[in-house]
Design a protein around this ligand. Sequence first.
Ligand code: NAD
Length: 327
Amino acid sequence: MNILVTGGYGFIGWQFIQLAKKHDKVNKIVNADKLTYAAINAPLSVRKNNLFHGSEDYGEFVKTCITDAFNVQWIIKYFNIDTIINFAAETHVDNSINSNLPFVDANIVGTSCLLDAAKQYNCKFIQVSTDEVYGHLEPSDAAFSENTPYNPRNPYSATKAAADHLTMAYGNTYNLPVSITHCSNNYGPGQHTEKLIPKTIHNAINNKPIPVYGDGLQVRDWIYVQDHAQAILQIATSEHTSNEHYCIGASNEITNLQLVHTICERLDVLRPRIQGSYKDLIEHVQDRPGHDRRYAINSSKMQQQFNWQPQTTFEQGIEKTIEYYLK
Ligand code: NAD
């Protein structure tokens, strides 16, 4: 397989590349990334030289926006790509609430450009979507599954939903082999500090207030990033995945407040404050407008079809994550 990974210097794309480069079926990996502020796994050499194209230990890197149809088509032809996995996106909900146009551009127009290229060169296409396209759940609701109707409730998830609809439409109209993944909240190494877990650790050890939205009782279903990357790799390397949706999660439902408490308690042991607990830094701030209350994922289809299981318990994963950010 010659795989185009878009957004490969972001949080999840980077973990995917680390796994994919070791897989027997993978011949070549090309990482197309615009290097936005979120591309925190890009090495300094790539950032500093403002490189357009270079060889990296995992394969090739091309700096491009996925909305640049000419570049995207050139990459697919030049590198003989047969599979596209689209991780590239604007991903921070708060930013989408402040200004959504960059999200429309990257998430909808960008996906459309990639789909056109996939159609032109008959590539398998995997859209890395999110569970947020399904909206949110009440405490007693069953977890999201592949049959849950779309109901995006913030600008970010609305752009992801639009991209998903385009993806399925290309599958149906042009007979393109497409699939879409819907994963819950990821955590682990290499995530930008704008996101909850790295922000909590960063603020705590810098003695800054730790913001918690509203009452902090929003429930998220956390999965270790490598387990998500592994699920996508299994879908990508399988031959039977056309026109399918896959829900991916690890059944770790935790409130944001519980999560922040857990991190503070671990930090109290690993790097104690001179006085008091890191919990003293917690500050409840005004809630995000339209904040989704609960997400939960039923990943039984992934488990049955691919024998996929998350390998990392929350306790193991959060320990590794805290140690990573402390380093
Ligand atoms: P991220 O924000 O960490 O990284 C995004 C990457 O995409 C960056 O490297 C950035 O430079 C690149 N990028 C952004 N716009 C681009 C463009 N127009 N052209 C080319 N590259 C561009 O994102 P992430 O957390 O790794 O998420 C990856 C994908 O997984 C996204 O599509 C997201 O919607 C989805 N997802 C994320 C989570 C999560 O918890 N992080 C959960 C479910 C699904």
